[in-house]
Design a protein around this ligand. Structure first.
Ligand SMILES: Cc1ncc(COP(=O)(O)O)c(C=O)c1O
Length: 413
Protein backbone atom coordinates (compact mmCIF):
# COMPACT_ATOMS: atom_id res chain seq x y z
CA UNK A 1 0.00 0.00 0.00
CA UNK A 2 1.55 3.29 -1.11
CA UNK A 3 0.21 6.56 0.35
CA UNK A 4 0.85 9.97 -1.17
CA UNK A 5 4.27 11.60 -0.75
CA UNK A 6 2.59 14.55 0.92
CA UNK A 7 0.85 12.49 3.54
CA UNK A 8 3.93 10.38 4.22
CA UNK A 9 5.83 13.57 4.98
CA UNK A 10 3.03 14.92 7.12
CA UNK A 11 2.64 11.71 9.12
CA UNK A 12 6.39 11.80 9.76
CA UNK A 13 6.05 15.26 11.33
CA UNK A 14 3.04 14.99 13.62
CA UNK A 15 1.64 17.98 15.48
CA UNK A 16 3.49 18.29 18.81
CA UNK A 17 0.26 19.30 20.49
CA UNK A 18 -1.57 16.20 19.35
CA UNK A 19 1.36 14.12 20.58
CA UNK A 20 1.25 15.52 24.06
CA UNK A 21 -2.56 15.18 24.16
CA UNK A 22 -2.08 11.51 23.19
CA UNK A 23 0.47 11.14 25.94
CA UNK A 24 -2.18 12.42 28.32
CA UNK A 25 -4.80 9.92 27.11
CA UNK A 26 -6.60 7.99 29.84
CA UNK A 27 -4.76 4.74 29.15
CA UNK A 28 -1.36 6.40 29.10
CA UNK A 29 -2.07 8.15 32.37
CA UNK A 30 -2.96 4.78 33.93
CA UNK A 31 0.23 3.30 32.42
CA UNK A 32 2.20 6.05 34.16
CA UNK A 33 0.72 4.91 37.46
CA UNK A 34 -1.47 8.01 37.82
CA UNK A 35 -5.20 8.29 38.43
CA UNK A 36 -6.86 9.81 35.32
CA UNK A 37 -9.57 11.37 37.50
CA UNK A 38 -6.95 13.43 39.32
CA UNK A 39 -5.33 14.93 36.24
CA UNK A 40 -5.47 18.71 36.02
CA UNK A 41 -5.13 19.78 32.42
CA UNK A 42 -4.16 23.22 31.19
CA UNK A 43 -3.87 21.71 27.72
CA UNK A 44 -7.29 22.14 26.17
CA UNK A 45 -7.54 24.75 23.44
CA UNK A 46 -11.26 25.03 23.92
CA UNK A 47 -13.96 26.82 25.87
CA UNK A 48 -15.87 25.43 28.84
CA UNK A 49 -18.86 27.81 29.10
CA UNK A 50 -22.37 26.80 28.06
CA UNK A 51 -23.94 27.82 24.75
CA UNK A 52 -26.89 30.25 24.89
CA UNK A 53 -30.03 28.47 26.07
CA UNK A 54 -31.99 30.14 23.25
CA UNK A 55 -29.65 28.53 20.71
CA UNK A 56 -30.39 25.11 22.18
CA UNK A 57 -34.10 25.92 21.93
CA UNK A 58 -33.64 26.88 18.27
CA UNK A 59 -32.28 23.38 17.58
CA UNK A 60 -35.12 21.90 19.64
CA UNK A 61 -37.72 23.75 17.58
CA UNK A 62 -36.30 22.30 14.37
CA UNK A 63 -36.08 18.79 15.78
CA UNK A 64 -39.60 18.80 17.25
CA UNK A 65 -41.28 19.55 13.93
CA UNK A 66 -41.05 16.76 11.32
CA UNK A 67 -41.29 19.19 8.39
CA UNK A 68 -38.71 21.61 9.79
CA UNK A 69 -36.37 18.72 10.45
CA UNK A 70 -36.94 17.44 6.92
CA UNK A 71 -36.21 20.91 5.53
CA UNK A 72 -33.01 21.16 7.61
CA UNK A 73 -31.70 18.13 5.75
CA UNK A 74 -31.56 19.84 2.36
CA UNK A 75 -28.40 21.17 0.74
CA UNK A 76 -27.48 24.77 1.40
CA UNK A 77 -26.29 27.09 -1.38
CA UNK A 78 -22.48 26.93 -1.54
CA UNK A 79 -22.14 30.46 -0.15
CA UNK A 80 -24.63 29.75 2.64
CA UNK A 81 -28.29 30.82 2.83
CA UNK A 82 -28.81 34.50 2.04
CA UNK A 83 -30.77 34.95 5.30
CA UNK A 84 -27.90 33.48 7.29
CA UNK A 85 -25.37 35.75 5.55
CA UNK A 86 -27.67 38.71 6.26
CA UNK A 87 -27.85 37.76 9.93
CA UNK A 88 -24.04 37.54 10.07
CA UNK A 89 -23.77 41.00 8.48
CA UNK A 90 -26.22 42.40 11.05
CA UNK A 91 -24.37 40.73 13.90
CA UNK A 92 -20.97 42.08 12.78
CA UNK A 93 -22.46 45.56 12.51
CA UNK A 94 -24.15 45.43 15.89
CA UNK A 95 -21.21 43.93 17.78
CA UNK A 96 -18.22 45.56 16.09
CA UNK A 97 -19.48 48.19 13.65
CA UNK A 98 -18.26 46.25 10.60
CA UNK A 99 -20.13 47.25 7.43
CA UNK A 100 -20.87 44.19 5.32
CA UNK A 101 -23.33 43.16 2.63
CA UNK A 102 -24.09 39.54 1.87
CA UNK A 103 -21.75 39.82 -1.14
CA UNK A 104 -18.93 40.07 1.41
CA UNK A 105 -19.77 36.82 3.21
CA UNK A 106 -19.29 33.10 2.64
CA UNK A 107 -20.41 30.59 5.24
CA UNK A 108 -18.35 27.43 5.68
CA UNK A 109 -17.97 24.47 8.00
CA UNK A 110 -15.40 26.10 10.32
CA UNK A 111 -12.49 28.46 10.28
CA UNK A 112 -10.18 25.47 9.83
CA UNK A 113 -11.86 24.54 6.55
CA UNK A 114 -12.20 28.15 5.40
CA UNK A 115 -8.52 28.86 6.10
CA UNK A 116 -7.61 25.83 4.00
CA UNK A 117 -9.84 27.08 1.18
CA UNK A 118 -8.35 30.57 1.49
CA UNK A 119 -4.85 29.22 0.95
CA UNK A 120 -6.05 27.52 -2.24
CA UNK A 121 -7.92 30.66 -3.33
CA UNK A 122 -5.17 33.19 -2.71
CA UNK A 123 -1.76 31.58 -3.13
CA UNK A 124 0.27 29.46 -5.52
CA UNK A 125 2.31 26.50 -4.25
CA UNK A 126 5.60 28.43 -4.53
CA UNK A 127 4.39 31.53 -2.66
CA UNK A 128 5.53 32.69 0.73
CA UNK A 129 3.24 32.98 3.72
CA UNK A 130 4.18 35.15 6.69
CA UNK A 131 3.28 33.86 10.14
CA UNK A 132 4.31 35.25 13.48
CA UNK A 133 6.48 33.38 15.95
CA UNK A 134 4.72 32.24 18.04
CA UNK A 135 1.42 31.60 16.30
CA UNK A 136 -1.44 29.07 16.07
CA UNK A 137 0.20 25.66 15.72
CA UNK A 138 -2.14 24.31 13.05
CA UNK A 139 -1.19 26.87 10.37
CA UNK A 140 2.08 25.28 9.15
CA UNK A 141 0.44 21.88 8.59
CA UNK A 142 -2.54 23.51 6.89
CA UNK A 143 -0.21 25.46 4.58
CA UNK A 144 1.70 22.32 3.67
CA UNK A 145 -1.51 20.43 3.01
CA UNK A 146 -3.00 23.15 0.80
CA UNK A 147 0.12 24.53 -0.89
CA UNK A 148 2.77 21.80 -0.61
CA UNK A 149 5.99 23.75 -1.13
CA UNK A 150 4.89 27.19 -0.03
CA UNK A 151 7.58 28.75 2.14
CA UNK A 152 6.66 29.86 5.62
CA UNK A 153 8.39 33.04 6.73
CA UNK A 154 8.30 33.86 10.44
CA UNK A 155 8.31 37.20 12.21
CA UNK A 156 9.33 37.11 15.87
CA UNK A 157 6.85 39.11 17.91
CA UNK A 158 7.83 38.02 21.42
CA UNK A 159 10.83 39.45 23.22
CA UNK A 160 12.05 36.27 24.88
CA UNK A 161 14.42 38.04 27.28
CA UNK A 162 11.84 40.43 28.71
CA UNK A 163 8.99 37.93 28.23
CA UNK A 164 6.80 40.60 26.69
CA UNK A 165 5.48 41.26 23.22
CA UNK A 166 7.64 43.75 21.33
CA UNK A 167 6.39 47.33 21.05
CA UNK A 168 4.11 48.12 18.13
CA UNK A 169 6.80 50.32 16.61
CA UNK A 170 9.36 47.54 16.77
CA UNK A 171 6.94 45.00 15.30
CA UNK A 172 6.04 47.42 12.49
CA UNK A 173 9.72 47.99 11.67
CA UNK A 174 10.44 44.25 11.70
CA UNK A 175 7.46 43.68 9.45
CA UNK A 176 8.57 46.27 6.90
CA UNK A 177 12.00 44.69 6.72
CA UNK A 178 10.73 41.10 6.37
CA UNK A 179 8.05 42.10 3.86
CA UNK A 180 10.59 43.94 1.71
CA UNK A 181 12.91 40.93 1.74
CA UNK A 182 10.40 38.10 1.37
CA UNK A 183 7.36 39.61 -0.38
CA UNK A 184 4.88 37.16 1.17
CA UNK A 185 1.61 36.60 -0.67
CA UNK A 186 -0.33 36.18 2.57
CA UNK A 187 0.16 37.52 6.09
CA UNK A 188 -1.94 35.52 8.54
CA UNK A 189 -2.39 36.02 12.29
CA UNK A 190 -5.05 35.60 14.99
CA UNK A 191 -6.09 38.51 17.20
CA UNK A 192 -6.70 37.88 20.10
CA UNK A 193 -3.91 35.41 19.56
CA UNK A 194 -3.51 31.72 20.20
CA UNK A 195 -1.16 30.89 21.97
CA UNK A 196 -0.26 34.27 23.53
CA UNK A 197 -3.70 35.84 24.16
CA UNK A 198 -2.24 39.17 23.03
CA UNK A 199 -4.25 41.60 20.89
CA UNK A 200 -2.17 43.23 18.17
CA UNK A 201 -2.33 47.02 18.22
CA UNK A 202 -3.81 49.38 15.64
CA UNK A 203 -0.52 50.91 14.50
CA UNK A 204 1.05 47.54 13.78
CA UNK A 205 -2.00 46.12 12.00
CA UNK A 206 -2.42 49.32 9.97
CA UNK A 207 1.21 49.03 8.86
CA UNK A 208 0.59 45.45 7.74
CA UNK A 209 -2.65 46.40 5.97
CA UNK A 210 -1.09 49.36 4.12
CA UNK A 211 1.99 47.44 3.05
CA UNK A 212 -0.04 44.42 1.93
CA UNK A 213 -2.34 46.72 -0.04
CA UNK A 214 0.54 48.46 -1.80
CA UNK A 215 2.34 45.17 -2.46
CA UNK A 216 -0.71 43.22 -3.65
CA UNK A 217 -0.63 40.74 -0.77
CA UNK A 218 -3.47 39.58 1.45
CA UNK A 219 -3.78 40.16 5.18
CA UNK A 220 -5.90 37.50 6.87
CA UNK A 221 -7.02 38.07 10.45
CA UNK A 222 -8.22 34.98 12.27
CA UNK A 223 -10.93 36.16 14.65
CA UNK A 224 -11.55 32.87 16.48
CA UNK A 225 -11.45 34.80 19.80
CA UNK A 226 -12.83 38.17 18.67
CA UNK A 227 -15.67 38.27 21.21
CA UNK A 228 -13.31 37.36 24.03
CA UNK A 229 -11.25 40.56 23.96
CA UNK A 230 -10.59 41.93 27.46
CA UNK A 231 -9.10 45.28 26.47
CA UNK A 232 -10.71 48.15 24.53
CA UNK A 233 -11.12 46.61 21.07
CA UNK A 234 -8.65 48.00 18.52
CA UNK A 235 -10.22 49.99 15.69
CA UNK A 236 -9.36 47.35 13.04
CA UNK A 237 -11.97 45.08 14.67
CA UNK A 238 -14.47 47.30 12.83
CA UNK A 239 -12.73 47.52 9.45
CA UNK A 240 -14.73 46.42 6.42
CA UNK A 241 -13.58 45.03 3.07
CA UNK A 242 -14.50 48.44 1.62
CA UNK A 243 -11.74 49.98 3.81
CA UNK A 244 -9.15 47.39 2.79
CA UNK A 245 -10.09 45.21 -0.20
CA UNK A 246 -7.14 42.91 0.45
CA UNK A 247 -8.08 42.29 4.10
CA UNK A 248 -9.84 39.04 4.90
CA UNK A 249 -11.43 38.11 8.21
CA UNK A 250 -12.06 34.49 9.27
CA UNK A 251 -14.69 33.79 11.92
CA UNK A 252 -16.15 30.85 13.73
CA UNK A 253 -18.77 30.19 16.35
CA UNK A 254 -16.57 27.53 17.95
CA UNK A 255 -15.40 29.72 20.78
CA UNK A 256 -18.08 32.33 21.50
CA UNK A 257 -21.13 30.09 21.22
CA UNK A 258 -19.38 26.96 22.50
CA UNK A 259 -20.05 25.34 19.17
CA UNK A 260 -16.69 23.55 18.96
CA UNK A 261 -18.07 20.30 17.61
CA UNK A 262 -21.26 21.93 16.27
CA UNK A 263 -19.81 24.81 14.41
CA UNK A 264 -20.11 27.13 11.47
CA UNK A 265 -17.45 29.47 10.19
CA UNK A 266 -17.59 32.42 7.85
CA UNK A 267 -15.24 34.67 5.98
CA UNK A 268 -15.77 38.32 5.20
CA UNK A 269 -13.84 39.77 2.31
CA UNK A 270 -14.24 41.74 -0.90
CA UNK A 271 -16.77 40.27 -3.37
CA UNK A 272 -14.00 39.08 -5.73
CA UNK A 273 -12.52 36.89 -3.02
CA UNK A 274 -15.95 35.60 -1.99
CA UNK A 275 -16.81 34.68 -5.58
CA UNK A 276 -13.52 32.82 -5.93
CA UNK A 277 -14.06 31.01 -2.65
CA UNK A 278 -17.47 29.85 -3.80
CA UNK A 279 -15.72 27.90 -6.56
CA UNK A 280 -13.20 26.43 -4.12
CA UNK A 281 -15.84 25.51 -1.57
CA UNK A 282 -17.84 23.68 -4.23
CA UNK A 283 -14.91 21.29 -4.36
CA UNK A 284 -13.99 21.15 -0.67
CA UNK A 285 -17.33 20.76 1.13
CA UNK A 286 -19.93 21.54 -1.57
CA UNK A 287 -21.93 23.57 0.94
CA UNK A 288 -22.06 24.44 4.64
CA UNK A 289 -24.33 22.63 7.11
CA UNK A 290 -28.03 23.52 6.83
CA UNK A 291 -29.14 22.54 10.34
CA UNK A 292 -26.53 24.76 12.00
CA UNK A 293 -27.36 27.68 9.70
CA UNK A 294 -31.09 27.40 10.48
CA UNK A 295 -30.54 27.25 14.24
CA UNK A 296 -27.95 30.03 14.18
CA UNK A 297 -30.19 32.23 12.06
CA UNK A 298 -33.22 31.74 14.32
CA UNK A 299 -31.12 32.43 17.43
CA UNK A 300 -29.15 35.43 16.15
CA UNK A 301 -32.19 37.22 14.71
CA UNK A 302 -34.03 36.98 18.03
CA UNK A 303 -31.00 37.62 20.21
CA UNK A 304 -30.03 40.76 18.27
CA UNK A 305 -33.56 42.11 18.56
CA UNK A 306 -33.97 41.56 22.30
CA UNK A 307 -30.38 42.43 23.19
CA UNK A 308 -29.67 38.99 24.67
CA UNK A 309 -26.75 38.28 22.31
CA UNK A 310 -24.77 41.23 23.63
CA UNK A 311 -25.61 40.30 27.22
CA UNK A 312 -24.58 36.68 26.65
CA UNK A 313 -21.27 37.66 25.05
CA UNK A 314 -20.53 40.15 27.80
CA UNK A 315 -21.14 37.49 30.49
CA UNK A 316 -19.00 34.95 28.67
CA UNK A 317 -16.19 37.45 28.25
CA UNK A 318 -16.31 38.36 31.94
CA UNK A 319 -16.00 34.68 32.81
CA UNK A 320 -12.80 34.34 30.80
CA UNK A 321 -11.41 37.63 32.08
CA UNK A 322 -11.89 36.31 35.64
CA UNK A 323 -10.33 32.93 34.81
CA UNK A 324 -7.37 34.68 33.16
CA UNK A 325 -6.81 36.89 36.22
CA UNK A 326 -6.96 33.92 38.56
CA UNK A 327 -4.49 31.99 36.41
CA UNK A 328 -1.95 34.82 36.42
CA UNK A 329 -2.35 35.33 40.17
CA UNK A 330 -1.89 31.60 40.83
CA UNK A 331 1.24 31.44 38.66
CA UNK A 332 2.69 34.42 40.55
CA UNK A 333 1.77 32.99 43.94
CA UNK A 334 2.97 29.42 43.41
CA UNK A 335 5.54 29.32 40.62
CA UNK A 336 6.68 32.89 40.14
CA UNK A 337 7.71 32.18 36.54
CA UNK A 338 7.39 34.91 33.87
CA UNK A 339 4.02 34.82 32.10
CA UNK A 340 2.06 37.03 29.71
CA UNK A 341 -1.03 38.88 30.89
CA UNK A 342 -3.90 37.81 28.60
CA UNK A 343 -5.63 40.60 26.65
CA UNK A 344 -8.26 38.19 25.33
CA UNK A 345 -8.78 34.52 24.53
CA UNK A 346 -8.00 31.48 26.62
CA UNK A 347 -4.28 31.29 27.29
CA UNK A 348 -1.09 32.49 28.85
CA UNK A 349 2.50 31.62 28.01
CA UNK A 350 4.82 30.78 30.88
CA UNK A 351 8.59 30.76 30.53
CA UNK A 352 10.00 27.67 32.26
CA UNK A 353 13.68 28.26 31.45
CA UNK A 354 14.42 24.72 30.20
CA UNK A 355 13.46 22.55 27.23
CA UNK A 356 9.68 22.56 27.57
CA UNK A 357 9.10 19.11 26.00
CA UNK A 358 11.09 17.62 28.85
CA UNK A 359 9.54 19.91 31.45
CA UNK A 360 6.00 18.98 30.40
CA UNK A 361 6.69 15.22 30.49
CA UNK A 362 8.44 15.45 33.87
CA UNK A 363 5.67 17.55 35.41
CA UNK A 364 2.93 15.30 34.03
CA UNK A 365 4.55 12.11 35.34
CA UNK A 366 5.21 13.54 38.77
CA UNK A 367 2.15 15.67 39.42
CA UNK A 368 -0.60 14.70 36.98
CA UNK A 369 -0.67 18.31 35.73
CA UNK A 370 -0.64 18.85 31.97
CA UNK A 371 0.81 21.87 30.16
CA UNK A 372 1.39 22.19 26.41
CA UNK A 373 5.04 22.50 25.33
CA UNK A 374 5.62 25.69 23.36
CA UNK A 375 7.72 24.52 20.41
CA UNK A 376 4.74 23.68 18.22
CA UNK A 377 3.84 27.38 18.18
CA UNK A 378 7.31 28.53 17.13
CA UNK A 379 10.97 28.45 18.10
CA UNK A 380 10.55 31.39 20.47
CA UNK A 381 8.58 29.11 22.81
CA UNK A 382 10.99 26.21 23.07
CA UNK A 383 11.48 27.01 26.75
CA UNK A 384 7.86 27.93 27.45
CA UNK A 385 4.51 26.26 27.96
CA UNK A 386 1.00 27.26 26.92
CA UNK A 387 -1.47 27.27 29.77
CA UNK A 388 -5.16 27.23 28.95
CA UNK A 389 -7.80 28.34 31.45
CA UNK A 390 -10.53 27.95 28.79
CA UNK A 391 -11.92 24.56 29.84
CA UNK A 392 -12.05 25.63 33.53
CA UNK A 393 -14.11 28.77 33.16
CA UNK A 394 -17.12 27.27 34.95
CA UNK A 395 -14.96 25.57 37.57
CA UNK A 396 -12.30 28.13 38.36
CA UNK A 397 -11.27 26.67 41.74
CA UNK A 398 -9.37 23.94 39.95
CA UNK A 399 -7.05 26.51 38.33
CA UNK A 400 -5.14 27.22 41.55
CA UNK A 401 -4.85 23.57 42.50
CA UNK A 402 -2.69 22.58 39.52
CA UNK A 403 -0.09 25.29 40.13
CA UNK A 404 0.02 24.39 43.83
CA UNK A 405 0.80 20.78 42.92
CA UNK A 406 3.53 21.77 40.47
CA UNK A 407 5.06 24.16 43.02
CA UNK A 408 5.23 21.35 45.59
CA UNK A 409 6.96 19.10 43.07
CA UNK A 410 9.44 21.79 42.01
CA UNK A 411 10.18 22.55 45.66
CA UNK A 412 8.79 26.06 45.40
CA UNK A 413 6.26 25.90 48.19
C1 LIG B 1 -6.48 30.82 16.22
C2 LIG B 1 -7.42 29.71 15.90
N1 LIG B 1 -7.96 29.63 14.69
C3 LIG B 1 -8.81 28.64 14.35
C4 LIG B 1 -9.14 27.66 15.25
C5 LIG B 1 -10.08 26.58 14.83
O1 LIG B 1 -11.35 27.14 14.58
P1 LIG B 1 -12.58 26.24 14.12
O2 LIG B 1 -13.09 25.55 15.33
O3 LIG B 1 -13.57 27.21 13.58
O4 LIG B 1 -12.09 25.29 13.10
C6 LIG B 1 -8.60 27.69 16.54
C7 LIG B 1 -8.93 26.64 17.50
O5 LIG B 1 -8.37 26.48 18.53
C8 LIG B 1 -7.71 28.74 16.87
O6 LIG B 1 -7.16 28.80 18.07
Amino acid sequence: MELSELIKEMVATPSPIRQIMKMASRQNIINMGLNPDEIISYGGGWVGHHPPEELREAYEEICRDAEKFHDAGKYSPTLGFDECREAIAEMEKELFGVKLGIENIIVGQSSTQLTHDLFITLANPGDKILLFDPTYANYPGQIKMALRDAKIVRQRVLDVERWEYKSEEEMAEDFKEIYEREKPKIVLFPSPDNPSSQVFGDKFVKTIADICYEGNSFMIIDYAYKTQCFITPPSYFSWSPSDYPNMIAVHSNSKWGRGLGRRLGWVDASPDVIDAMERVQQCSILCPDTMHQFAFLAYVKRALQDGSLKRYLEEVKEGYRKAAKLTIEAIKEYLDMPCLVPQGGLYTLMKVGEDSDEFVKRVLKNTGVLFIPGKGFGESLKEAVRISYGPHVENIDVIKEGFKRVAEYLGKS
